[in-house]
Design a protein around this ligand. Structure first.
Ligand SMILES: Nc1nc2c(ncn2[C@@H]2O[C@H](COP(=O)(O)OP(=O)(O)OP(=O)(O)O)[C@@H](O)[C@H]2O)c(=O)[nH]1
Ligand SMILES: [Mg+2]
Length: 643
């Protein structure tokens, strides 16, 4: 199990360092100045090895009101908090301030220790317990157990240890097994040791680090090689979490507190523009009129962003036209915001931080990184409320998987490593469906058209995309590119068909092509003396399957292999023949005169009508037959109405 790191918090002189010493035997005040003055100035460290061999690491922080920056360096990389309150003094200014900061950092695992119990009576303890509980319940540490201890007498320390073991288990259970090669260490100290060179310390996150590993310094990009890994002051084969010291070789110049050392696979990047979730702070202090109703912060508010072990000036901006509300936390509002940073910092999606006004100490907001490299420029228009809410949910649910969510939500606008742009799936789907619809409606409006001109289709799709991604110059260019590539992709995968400078639905164009040819043939045969069928078919470009379809549908009547009439014309000729035959037996010459055709047509017609029983042959000529009233068109029209 990865070692859990617990950070102290609390007002100056309330007994944080003394309590850690009682628990671990280690004095976290390591600087001579700290020992001389009996106060913590910078972050200090201690650890305790439990009976089962696992360890709990501690980061001790100063309580001094001027040293909140150092407190945040310590609190930036902890799993849980140990809030310390002196029983004689009760909650004081930095008790409240540290609690607000822990809340803003989203630290919801911890223990509240009321110490120096030896200095007060039971009634005072009950009073302080009540005051503390009332404060804590308004924060992320609402569920933290409360223990009463004395570092001097040792009272309550066993109970505190029991809670620490439970804390360790709770923190361990939360962590997903880290990907082996994704390791990062936010540097909190850099020093050199004679004969060994540069040593950095920090809390190791993610997978193990072993000697020989190459780490990249972020920001800066310099490469350092790990010479030696130390945990709890002893050299180890590999460090797999918790407080870790690394002896480094290589490009170690410029290493400082705040830099993150990361393996190549770690998702941490240097960025000076961050898309973040801002959370309304707890505000435990006395209500101040000047801070009332100041949420969300005004656009262009500047504050100090504390993230990891780094701190940088940040300017707040709303993405798009206004604030987008995200899932609230503890009944407090949360919004999406851009943070423009004075300098790049090392961040990853899911990282927590806090925005704080350095002049007043006011906590502006709790921060969760949603996208460490948000799209710039026109792409911001794509940050609809739905997208921001979905991204926030993905990051909250699964910080290590957030990179996937980012790619899905914002990937459209990142320049791809190779060429052109990577199109987000939803944008591509929109482009495709707009193109398909445009082609379909073109065919519906103009059934005989060879297809929609490609340029016209591209213009239509571009216009539709611009409504989604913005219509400025860059947006138009981008939309045009996406439209072009979507149409190309549709043609490549066979959803659409290119025909010269036109584009059409391949199924529909094939169907309508044949349909048109059939209609042309039907029309060519709709005369009393039609051309030979083979010639007519060639002339009208109607394939044999089209001729068959016309026959089956009853639209033409084929009386010989090479002779057919359109059904309407055939029925008209039948009417003429039956009418003439009713008056007197019909001779071929008489029918030829009545129809204005030639002997060839008349002989074929009479033979067919005789076969059908419409006419009956006698020696004198044809007379009406038993089915004199039957017409081909009437039969086929009736047949067509059947299901
Ligand atoms: N009687 C008594 N005194 C204590 C106890 N714990 C701490 N003290 C005393 O309180 C004073 C401050 O203790 P520290 O541990 O230095 O306090 P701190 O919270 O670390 O202070 P900063 O690091 O400056 O914020 C010291 O003189 C301690 O001896 C306790 O349980 N009982
Ligand atoms: Mg101290």
């Amino acid at each position: 199990m990865t070692t859990v790191v617990v950070g102290t918090a609390g007002h100056i002189d309330h007994g944080k360092t003394t309590l850690l010493r009682a628990l671990t035997g280690i004095d976290a005040d390591r600087l001579p100045e700290e020992r001389k003055r009996g106060m913590t100035i910078d972050v200090g460290f201690a650890h305790v090895v439990l009976e089962d061999g696992t360890a709990i690491d501690f980061v001790d922080v100063p309580g001094h009101d001027r040293l909140v920056g150092n407190m945040l360096v310590g609190a930036g990389e902890i799993d849980a908090a140990l809030l310390v309150i002196a029983a004689d003094d009760g909650p004081r200014a930095q008790t409240l301030e540290h609690l607000e900061l822990l809340d803003a950092l989203g630290i919801d695992l911890g223990i509240v220790a009321i110490t120096k119990a030896d200095l007060v009576d039971a009634e005072r303890i009950r009073e302080v317990e009540g005051d503390v509980a009332a404060l804590v319940t308004r924060t992320s540490l609402a569920d933290a157990p409360l223990v009463v201890v004395s570092a001097t007498t040792g009272a309550g320390l066993d109970e505190l240890r029991t809670h620490l073991v439970q804390l360790r288990d709770a923190a361990g259970a939360r962590r997903a097994p880290p990907p082996p090669r994704d390791s990062r260490l936010a540097v909190d100290r850099v020093f050199s040791i004679k004969g060994r060179g540069t040593v950095v310390t920090g809390t190791l996150r993610g997978g193990a680090i072993a000697p020989g590993t190459t780490l990249t310094a972020i920001p800066g990009g310099r490469a350092a090689r790990v010479r030696e890994v130390q945990v709890h002051n002893a050299s180890v084969g590999e460090g797999d979490g918790g407080r870790t010291a690394l002896n480094l070789a290589g490009e170690v110049a410029g290493l400082r507190r705040g830099i993150v050392l990361a393996t190549a696979g770690a998702p941490v990047v240097a960025s000076d523009l961050i898309l973040a979730r801002l959370e309304e702070p707890a505000r435990l202090g006395p209500a101040r009129p000047e801070t009332a109703g100041m949420w969300p912060p005004r656009a262009r508010t500047t504050a100090r962003l504390h993230a990891g072990t780094d701190a940088v000036d940040a300017t707040v901006a709303a993405p798009g036209a206004g604030w987008t509300d995200l899932e609230p936390r503890r009944d407090r509002r949360a919004v999406a915001a851009f943070l423009r940073l004075a300098e790049p910092v090392a961040v990853a999606a899911g990282d927590r931080g806090v925005l704080r006004e350095s002049a007043t100490g006011r906590v502006v907001a709790g921060v969760a990184i949603l996208d460490p490299l948000p799209p710039r420029g026109i792409a911001r228009r794509r940050m609809s409320a739905e997208r921001l809410i979905a991204l926030d949910g993905a990051v909250a649910e699964n910080p290590p998987g957030a990179a996937v969510a980012l790619a899905e939500l914002h990937g459209a606008w990142r320049p791809a490593a190779t060429a052109g742009i990577v199109v987000a799936p939803d944008v591509e789907a929109l482009a495709r469906s707009v193109a398909m619809k445009a082609v379909a409606s073109h065919h519906a409006e103009a059934p005989d058209s060879l297809g929609l001109p490609v340029a016209e289709l591209r213009r239509g799709v571009t216009a539709e995309l611009r409504r989604v991604i913005g219509g400025d110059r860059e947006g138009t260019k981008m939309a045009g590119e996406i439209a072009r590539s979507a149409i190309e992709a549709l043609a490549d995968d066979g959803h659409l068909e290119r025909a010269g400078d036109r584009i059409r639905d391949p199924g529909r164009s094939a169907r309508s092509g044949l349909e048109a040819a059939m209609a042309r043939l039907e029309k060519a045969l709709d005369v009393a003396a039609p051309p030979a069928l083979a010639d007519a078919a060639r002339e009208t470009a109607c394939r044999p399957d089209g001729i068959r379809s016309l026959e089956v549908a009853g639209r033409i009547v084929r009386v010989e292999d090479d002779l057919a009439w359109a059904t309407t014309e055939f029925d008209r000729l039948t009417d003429v023949a039956v009418a003439a035959a009713s008056r007197s037996p019909l001779t071929p010459a008489a029918l030829r005169d009545a129809t204005g055709t030639s002997r060839r047509y008349v002989m074929a017609l009479l033979e067919d009508l005789g076969r059908r029983g419409v006419l009956r042959r006698t020696d004198a000529g044809h007379v009406p037959g038993p089915r004199a009233n039957a017409r081909v068109g009437a039969v086929t029209a009736g047949a067509r109405t059947e299901p």
